[in-house]
Design a protein around this ligand. Structure first.
Ligand SMILES: [Zn+2]
Length: 71
């Protein structure tokens, strides 16, 4: 009897991934593919906002009449 296993395409490597409770990495075929995908995602997710916020913080809006006194 052939086991009833659904196979999906791994979004990372394009290989076959088992879509079953046994495959906790689904829809990826393996832990590695999942980590690669998450890593790529995280680095992009981090990159975009960081670059935007790195752009000079609006100096025009930051406390105009408050000189930084040393004492
Ligand atoms: Zn894969």
């Amino acid at each position: 009897m052939a086991a009833k296993v659904t196979k999906v395409r791994c979004p990372q490597c394009g290989g076959e991934a088992l879509w079953s409770p046994e495959n906790k990495y689904r829809p990826f075929c393996s832990e590695r593919c999942k980590l690669i995908d998450l890593g790529a995602w995280a680095s992009e997710a981090y990159r975009v906002p960081v670059q935007e916020e790195t752009a000079e913080p609006s100096a025009d809006f930051s406390t105009p009449a408050k000189p930084h006194l040393p004492e």
